[in-house]
Design a protein around this ligand. Sequence first.
Ligand SMILES: [Zn+2]
Length: 370
Amino acid sequence: MENEKSKRENKQRRRPRQLPKKNVAVKAEKKEDFQFKKDNLKIIPLGGIHEIGKNITVFEYGNDIVLVDCGVAFPEDEMLGIDLVIPDFTYLVKNKEKIRGLVVTHGHEDHIGSIPYLLKEINIPIYATKLTAGLIEHKLEEHKLKASTKLNVVKQGQTIVLGKMRVEFIRSCHSIPDSVALAIHTPVGTVVHTGDFKIDYTPIGEEPNNLGRLAELGNKGVLALLSDSTNAERKGFTMSESSVGEVFEKLFFNCTKRIIVATFASNVHRIQQIVDLAVKNKRKIAVCGRSMINVIETAMELGYIDVPKNVFIDIDMIKNYPDEQLVIITTGSQGEPMSALTRMANGEHKKVTLTANDLVIISANPIPRK
Ligand SMILES: [Zn+2]
């Protein structure tokens, strides 16, 4: 009896304690309700998926849109008479009131090339790191859009607020300096967008990728990781940019020929290594190709290429120097039919004709074609 009684008492005593539990349950339901009312995050690629180039992604949460990158694609062989392929901006024009800004991961054409064409339809602020902004500015000048565009320079590590989203710029490495990965913090979670990247522990002229920050975000929990990079499906490692210099060094050493290097216009690190070797081997450098000249000029102005005076010479001056005192940097590392190198090889270039006394170095990874 005693036991029964005490059990009953216990039950009674327990009852009031159960009440707050109920309350907790009610609260939890309310919390759940509240969560359901949150908007969905939409991630809409308007280009760049299943294709090379034309990278552009929409992040839409409620009344806010953040746009990431706005690139071009280069025409396929069958697209006769077409110079550039730009994304379809219909969705952005329709929703232009929602767009808080365009965030750019790096300065490659397939990420910035369509910006002027977008700005001609809608005027939105742009956020990019220094070199990327410098390359964009060049385009804005070309298209007479500079005065009407708000181009904001951000630093690696900085976070900006765009409506209900916060965008964090995380230091990354790629074949162009000042590249970033993005952490897009939204009310429903964080999305990490890696941009194009390579993991380089010994990059030239900049710090390695901020892997620590990515790990930290990973530990906190990431809603989605968007990650793609050319050749991502291939196994193995990409050589560090520094190891490319060692190969160059051997080619330049004791070479008596004129050296012609074809590389990507935007590979500022590689151009720096060519500059260093040219200086070391007492050679002058001439540059061929409009895109190459644009990028080198911008990178030098902003301090991304360090070069003593009088190393660069005008292409018209090459006839005044013997072969062993010259390096020519040119576009055309992909064998593009209209590039300077292709025209030189076909004897169609006005300023440079290839001879048997030329050492031609094609310094680029092949880009896979569909
Ligand atoms: Zn890229």
